[in-house]
Design a protein around this ligand. Structure first.
Ligand SMILES: [Zn+2]
Length: 236
C-alpha cells in the first residue's frame, strides 16, 4: 500500500482510540511521535472534536463507531471522519466493519437489545458475502464473555461472537469497558485477537490480513490525568 506520504508499505499502522481523550493525543500532541500512523479507528465515546483533531493533525482517514454516549455526532461523515456502523468498508487493502452502541439498559443514546444487534450483524454479514469479510472489526461494546461485565450496561453482545466465528477477523477492537480497565484487555478467540482499547492502542497489521496475526505488535496507552481543557471535550 502507498500511504499519504507516498511510502509503500506492506503493513498498516493503526491508532485506535476509545472512551477518553488522551493528553498524549491532544494537549501534549507530538506530531513526530505519531508521524507514521496510517489510519485512525475510534471505538466510540470520544468527542467529535477529538476525532477532528486527530484527522487534521495526522492527515489520515478516521473510521469510527459511536458509543452509547455519543449522541453529539450530528452527521455520519465530516471532515475526513466516517461512521462505519453496520457497514463494511475497504481502506487500502484492509476491510473494516463496525458496530456502534452498547447493550440496552435505559434507552438513552445508542443502545441495542441483543436481538436488535443480531439483526444488524446479520445484515452486515449478508453484505460481506458480496464485498468480502472484514479483517478488522471495531465496536463500542465487547463480544459476550470477552472483557465484558456483569451489569447490563457492560454486558457483551452474543451477536459479536457469531460474527467472530463467521468472519474470523484478525482483529476485533472495542471500547466501553473503561470502568473495568484493570481487567483482561487482549484476548484471542479462535483466529481473532480481541483488544480492549483504552484510551488508545497502536497496532500494526499486514495490509491483506487474512491469517492470524501472531506478529501484530501493540502499544497501549495508559489513562492520562485529565486537564480542565480535556474535561471540556471528553464525552462523560
Ligand atoms: Zn460506553
Amino acid at each position: 500500500m502507498t500511504n499519504s506520504r507516498g511510502e509503500t508499505r506492506d503493513r498498516v499502522k493503526i491508532l485506535a482510540v476509545a472512551d477518553e481523550v488522551s493528553a498524549s493525543l491532544y494537549d501534549r500532541f507530538d506530531p513526530a511521535r505519531w508521524a507514521d500512523v496510517d489510519l485512525v479507528l475510534s471505538c466510540g465515546d470520544v468527542p467529535p472534536s477529538y476525532l477532528d483533531f486527530l484527522c487534521s493533525m495526522l492527515d489520515v482517514p478516521v473510521l469510527y463507531v459511536r458509543g452509547n454516549h455519543d449522541d453529539r455526532y450530528s452527521a455520519p461523515e465530516y471532515d475526513g471522519c466516517e461512521d462505519i456502523h453496520g457497514r463494511n468498508v475497504e481502506h487500502k487493502g484492509l476491510r473494516v466493519a463496525g458496530f456502534e452502541g452498547s447493550m440496552w439498559y435505559n434507552g438513552r443514546g445508542f443502545q441495542y437489545a441483543e436481538r436488535a444487534m443480531r439483526g444488524i450483524v446479520r445484515r452486515s454479514r449478508l453484505k460481506s458475502i458480496r464485498h468480502g469479510a472484514p479483517s478488522i472489526v471495531i465496536s463500542h461494546a465487547p463480544p459476550a464473555g470477552c472483557h465484558d461485565g456483569h451489569d447490563v450496561c457492560h454486558r457483551g453482545f452474543g451477536a459479536f461472537r457469531t460474527a467472530i466465528e463467521a468472519w474470523k477477523p484478525s482483529l476485533w477492537l472495542h471500547g466501553h469497558m473503561h470502568a473495568y480497565e484493570r481487567g483482561e484487555r487482549d484476548t484471542t478467540i479462535g483466529q481473532t485477537r480481541v483488544v480492549h482499547v483504552f484510551p488508545y492502542s497502536v497496532l500494526e497489521v499486514p495490509v491483506r490480513a487474512a491469517q492470524p496475526l501472531p506478529s501484530v505488535s501493540t502499544q497501549s496507552g495508559t489513562p492520562d490525568r485529565l486537564t480542565t481543557a480535556q474535561r471540556r471535550v471528553r464525552s462523560h
